[in-house]
Design a protein around this ligand. Structure first.
Ligand code: FAD
Ligand code: DLZ
Ligand code: SF4
Length: 522
């Protein structure tokens, strides 16, 4: 039975389920660069360059191994621009008896696949993506009957199931979670290691030139492209992270610093998400470093929790709750996304830095995403769909299955608390505690109202006031609501007035003539 194996751009793993049983004499791998995927949102230029270059390298490696690979480039004449169109052309070329594909990461593409057997007149075998610790069926069984889900309980279950950082039935160190030890500010005396950017080879340089020409009006710079595009280089990046950064990862996991966009973070998410690295091998590498005595437990546990816990948890929720998940808006947030998310032009230093880092590297670390750009969007009541699209566009690691739950659930609380027990809302004091951003800002995190007041302070209390009907009975918000209730009414009136004036001004923040992202929501 001649098989055409379609491999998508985020399925660059040699042990992919759809390659099981591949017959080198008979079968063909199909990989396609298509306009639909490069533009379903206007991805950051580095994200497109990363994926297309990684796809080209992966195809060449399969070819060198002796597999027949039919590779369609974006600028090949006749390219139809869609997965379905390219499959139809490939079916005509190869006349396969069946198509085999691993299930995609995104609901959007999964829906497309339902049409394929009829449209292509060939049977389509869609295989489970077994590159995750927890299958979709296992997650559904865990979630079954619960009204809300909590990452911590899921994570403990995953630790037991995998044996990672376990001592028999007990967690190593006697505790499941060392998060309380992972909240240090980065002192001036500590300098994180350099990023270890990888110089683009000839293939990547060709892709970068094509992206620069074809996607010139997309957000983001290409100048500092330094991503690995092969498994070999991704493995080297993992090894480097484990030796140089992981020992400090725990302590400074939440720290933000003006000149250190990466702090001690791994920068491994793009590789994990396209399959150049496997989740298991990454967690095992961290555990081995701990067991060898090279890495403290709070670092190894903190890191493994992000992958074994959060990454698996958000994927489970995505597939369990889609497509309805994206439609909820529990806080009725309706404000349009301010233009400065694209231009970076804002006097709020924390936001200007996070957006500039994002533009330069297609990367910002988790606390910048959650507590700066995310916190602002939450407090300002940005329409969930608009901020979700922003996150999907701007990061090299962004795919709907992981971006959506993080933004919709964790940041915007738009799911009403399905994913997280409370919104991650914070005033300027949090950003000041965890960063060196405020010292050089025109605003002052210690000023609560009036001239020089940090907008996060105004917006924080205004957010609690405006959303009292939904959040007022949340036990985890009891303390701030008690503080609010003790405020003199004149003070709360001032907060609301100043917050509204600030938010109205944002509405006037219109794109200029050099707009970086024209007509995104048009
Ligand atoms: P590290 O901090 O070094 O963490 C190690 C690994 O843990 C990451 O590589 C990643 O695979 C995993 N991880 C950590 N946190 C999470 C999380 N919350 N959810 C899932 N995996 C996690 N991550 C993505 O991979 N793609 C996205 O599109 C994405 N969108 C996000 C949007 C928002 C609003 C927020 C708050 C977070 C988002 N994250 C996303 C999660 C997280 O911010 C990134 O995984 C992380 O910043 C990647 O950088 P790193 O490899 O240096 O991570
Ligand atoms: C993100 C992306 C981009 C930019 N381009 C391609 C492409 O040309 N061909 C391809 O196969 N995949 C691409 N991808 C990744 C897909 O969008 C991803 O595989 C689906 O969204 C399923 O998760
Ligand atoms: Fe951000 Fe406020 Fe600090 Fe300025 S003062 S950097 S706006 S938190």
């Amino acid at each position: 039975m001649k098989t055409l194996v379609l491999i998508l751009g985020d399925q660059l793993s040699r042990d992919l389920a759809s390659l099981d049983g591949f017959d080198r004499e008979r079968d063909v791998v199909l990989m396609v660069e298509v306009a639909d995927e490069t533009t379903y949102v206007r991805h950051h230029k580095q994200k497109i360059a990363f994926i297309l270059s990684a796809m080209r390298h992966f195809a060449a490696e399969l070819g060198a191994e002796g597999l027949a690979v039919d590779y369609v480039r974006l600028d090949d004449p006749g390219n139809t621009g869609s997965f379905t169109g390219e499959l139809a052309r490939a079916v005509a070329r190869h006349r396969p008896d069946r198509i085999v594909v691993t299930e995609p990461g995104e609901w959007r593409v999964r829906r497309m696949m339902d049409d394929w057997p009829l449209r292509l007149d060939v049977p389509v075998d869609i295989r489970d993506d077994d590159r995750f610790f927890c299958s979709r069926a296992e997650f559904n069984a865990w979630a079954g009957g619960r009204k809300s889900y909590r990452m911590e309980f899921f994570y403990r279950e995953m630790r037991r199931r995998t044996g990672l950082l376990m001592h028999g039935d007990e967690p190593v160190g006697g505790r499941w979670n060392f998060d309380s030890e992972n909240r240090k500010r980065l002192p001036a005396s500590i300098t994180p290691p350099p990023r270890g950017a990888i110089a683009p080879d000839a293939v990547t340089r060709e892709v970068i030139a094509m992206v620069a020409a074809r996607f010139a009006d997309h957000f983001g710079d290409l100048d500092e492209f330094g991503w690995a595009v092969t498994r070999r280089d991704a493995l080297a990046a993992l090894a480097r992270f484990v030796t140089e950064s992981l020992p400090f990862f725990g302590d400074y996991q939440d720290a933000m610093a003006r000149r250190e966009p990466f702090v001690f973070h791994a920068l491994l998410s793009p590789y994990l998400n396209v399959g150049l690295l496997g989740a298991r091998e990454v967690c095992v590498a961290a555990e081995q470093a701990f067991r060898a005595g090279d890495v403290p437990l709070n670092a190894a546990e903190g890191f493994i929790r992000q992958i074994l816990g959060w990454r698996e948890y958000v994927r489970g929720i995505y597939w369990l709750e889609m497509p309805g998940y994206a439609q909820t808006n529990a806080l009725s947030a309706q404000r349009p996304l301010p233009w400065f998310y694209w231009s970076g032009e804002t006097a709020m230093n924390c936001l200007a830095i996070a957006i500039a880092d994002t533009r330069r590297h297609a990367y910002a670390h988790h606390i910048q995403r959650l507590m700066v750009t995310g916190n602002f969007a939450l407090l300002a009541g940005i329409r969930p769909a608009e901020i979700e699209e922003w996150y999907l566009v701007v990061y090299a690691d962004a795919y709907d299955w992981v971006e959506l739950p993080n933004t919709h659930g964790m940041v915007m609380f738009a799911d009403g608390g399905l994913l997280a027990s409370k919104p991650y809302a914070a005033s300027g004091a949090y950003i000041d505690r965890m960063s060196d951003y405020c010292g050089s800002c025109v605003y002052d995190p210690r000023i609560k109202t009036g001239a020089g007041a940090c907008p996060f302070n105004l917006l924080y209390w205004n957010f609690l006031i405006e959303n009292r009907s939904v959040l007022g009975r949340n036990p985890r918000l009891a303390m701030p609501y008690r503080t609010l209730d003790r405020m003199p009414s004149q003070r709360t009136r001032t907060i609301v007035e100043e917050a509204r004036a600030f938010l109205d001004d944002l509405g006037r923040d219109k794109p200029g003539p050099q707009s970086a992202q024209p007509d995104l929501f048009g």
